[in-house]
Ligand binder design. Structure first.
Ligand code: ITT
Length: 186
């Protein structure tokens, strides 16, 4: 089976690939971009992007839409994480969090897949805390300021395998791997 991940983000592809590597599938980055609607839930964004990609490719597709939800900011940047990362950036988030004691935050992923004749939407989540300064050079996005529960290092201070032990994306893709095994005997 050939399965396309629809994303412009190479890091996402590398993280997901490690989770799916035991399955007998050819996991590729799609030759088309991710079509992103503006919506207030990750599930809606992921599902509409998957549908759009499937209509073009007519092959099995999977989309991951993710975001960082900060408790003290009432869930901001959430579904706007991509835009906020490109505009305010990490420094902007740290500024908003200056002198804020409650540092709790969660990363969430909604994964939508169309694997004919079936489709599915799954979720993954990891909670932790926002640091007061960026730490580490690995990963992408908000990785340098997020420490998952049970760790002292940020995601940016970890290898892909270490991040995959905890991450929202890895959790969603492990559920997806199980779903593929159960439904397609891979
Ligand atoms: P695609 O939409 O093309 O897949 P993207 O990077 O824009 O790539 P999202 O819209 O799903 O991905 O993610 C929104 C933002 O949330 C992203 O730009 C990052 O800043 C942040 N983000 C998502 N997952 C992350 C992770 O595992 N580590 C750090 N930041 C993450």
């Amino acid at each position: 089976m050939r399965l396309y991940l629809v994303t412009s983000n190479e890091h996402k592809y590398q993280e997901a690939k490690k989770i799916l590597e035991d399955l007998d599938i050819l996991f590729l980055k799609a030759p088309i971009g991710k079509f992103e609607i503006q919506a207030d839930s990750l599930r809606t964004v992921a599902w509409s992007a998957a549908l759009h990609a499937y209509k073009i490719l007519r092959e099995a597709v999977v989309v991951d839409d993710s975001g960082l939800f900060i408790e003290a900011l009432k869930g901001f940047p959430g579904v706007y994480s991509n835009y906020v990362f490109r505009t305010l950036g990490i420094e902007g988030i740290l500024k908003l969090m200056r002198n804020v004691e409650d540092r709790r935050a969660c990363f969430k992923t909604a994964l939508a897949a169309i694997v004919p004749p079936l489709d599915v939407v799954l979720e993954g989540e990891v909670c932790g805390t926002i640091t007061s300064e960026p730490l580490g050079k690995g990963g992408f996005g908000f990785d340098p300021i997020f420490v998952p529960e049970g760790e002292r290092r940020t995601f940016a201070q970890m290898s892909v395998d270490e991040k995959n032990k905890y991450s929202h994306r890895a959790r969603a893709f492990r559920l997806f791997a199980r779903w593929l095994k159960e439904n397609f005997k891979l």
